[in-house]
Design a protein around this ligand. Sequence first.
Ligand code: RIB
Length: 315
Amino acid sequence: MARRPEEVHVVVAGSCNFDIVVKGQRLPKEGETLMVSDLKFFPGGKGANQAVAAARLGARTSFIGSVGQDIVGDFLVRGLKDNGIDTTWVKRDGERSSGSAFIMVFPNGNNCITVDPAANLALTPADIERARPVIEAADALTTVLEIPLEAVEAALRLARLAGKLTILDAGPPCHCPADILKLADIVSPNETELEHLTGETVSGRVSAQEAAEKLLDLGVKTVVLKLGNDGSMLVTRQKTKHFSAYKVEAVDPTAAGDAFTAALGVQLAAKAKMEDAIRYANVAGALTTTKLGAQPSLPTRQEVEDFAARLPKSR
Ligand code: RIB
């Protein structure tokens, strides 16, 4: 690797949420009152999770986002600062509450999430433009679809014009026009997100690769698929390569994809080879599933490197 993570500056333009987490046996039916347990509150949001992950993996990190002028917003911004993240470009929206997510974790280690983006929806292209100096000073920009598409587009366009590495984490699932997708050097969806982007049904590696190739047809150059328990897959015109998942004791997948994207961004900005960066991102994602909650579960660089050092050399 040409540079160390501490020499890399990553900007994340994305969402910031207050996560309300419970453990439940199953989803309630319509009209049903269902008893759940283990209520916890965590800082989350796909963008903020990426920022915290990038910072813990060693990168200098700046976050562009929007939270409400409420105590939840104070809590979320303080959490980012406590992780050493530059919050200069976090807007405090007086109209809406801070974004929140309602997460149920099931006994099998899966989860389901509903999100009220609230103040995240107040992030505008003008806010992104205000952050131009930090984007121009950074090495890479990552963004997510949990903020308005116009803000995603503005961030990718500005970073692209400035010659920075651009990564679009395609979560949460939604349609995103090809003109925006093409602004990212790398588009990284999970299977559900890939279905929404392409209109294809995705189930397993073969259909995932075929759907990813539809993204290439739209003009995307590199797709890095997050396949959960089945690892990840690189799909370009030149090559397709699958990367196995690492075995861990998973308790909650929340933020695993966010850790994956952040790790990919940090490693590529540090000039790691794509395949090495994906393996590193797989470790970061896997370790994230071993703890409950979004930001508390994001691993440090030391934890990722310790785990990687224990792996057989051939992987
Ligand atoms: O990716 C996980 C995140 O999705 C949670 O932290 C939640 O806030 C939602 O945005």
